[in-house]
Design a protein around this ligand. Sequence first.
Ligand code: UDP
Length: 330
Amino acid sequence: MSILITGGAGYIGSHTVRHLQSLGKEIIVLDNLQTGHRKSVDVEKFYQFDIRDTEKLDQVFKENDIEGVIHFAANSLVGESMTDPYKYYSNNVYGMLCLLKRMYENKVEKIVFSSSAATYGEPKNIPILETDPTKPTNPYGETKLAMEKMMHWFDIAYGMKYVSLRYFNAAGAHPDGDIGEDHGPETHLIPLILQVPLGKREYISIYGDDYPTKDGTCLRDYIHVLDLADAHNLALEYLLDNNDSEIFNLGSGNGFSVKEVIEAARIVTAHEIKAKVTDRRPGDPAVLIASSEKIKSRLGWNPKRENIKTMIEDAWRWHKNNKNGFDDKN
Ligand code: UDP
């Protein structure tokens, strides 16, 4: 039996593929390579097409013995979703509809879904609980919430079971330095900070220092990509053993300010890393910190790389050795 990983050539997808392979699981990757990298995964079965191509999708389910799906394939840039919501509704929501339909027809009834803290919008309570209200403030978050609801109704109607993982800020890279984050364009804080010591950027912009936080900059809950990968494995095992649908937050429970992350990067890289305060980025909540107690108690998830310095060290190893990301790989 194998596990189908859609979007398996992306940042979190490729680390999950690597982690499950290390546990001896048989993996099939499906990715249209719109944002993913073929070189980020080493698998025997790699399909390159779009999940909205339902005939090809059907073929994959027919020619393999698939027991469950981990679904990453989606667009994930908040800013882009504000200017191109069509892309997000089509790829994310319609893509999910195509996937669930073909899963149902082929009697594959278990799915682990890559959801997001963006489903909550501006939080009322910190730390955020899974039971808190979901009011997304951008199309990206809206589409992730719509995908969760689709799974919910497919469960009620057809008995398809899901675990949805609402991640906070994914960070870090595989400690062996072989795979890591490679987005074009890059919008995330840690890789952008590391572009300064790499000589690719003069300074890092701090998007606002007038937030109601300890140093005026936004607080985020960073979680190591390998701890995320481990959570996907536990979620899949839970589904296979319990046949029960659930939603879990995934964060470390610690909030770090933008200034604290820059300071940690200065220590890790031994580089001064110039920073300049600029305007706020529209749509950024001041504080996003998860309560991850539910996944800890229900699935026994136990993050091992919670230290922000460890995340930056791992990211630094990857970026230093692969200045142009996967383009540097043979
Ligand atoms: N941020 C920043 N400068 C940058 C990129 C990001 O100050 O060049 C801030 C951003 O406003 C947010 C935090 O860093 O408060 C994390 O942003 P990121 O885009 O990495 O993740 P998000 O929280 O948006 O998912």
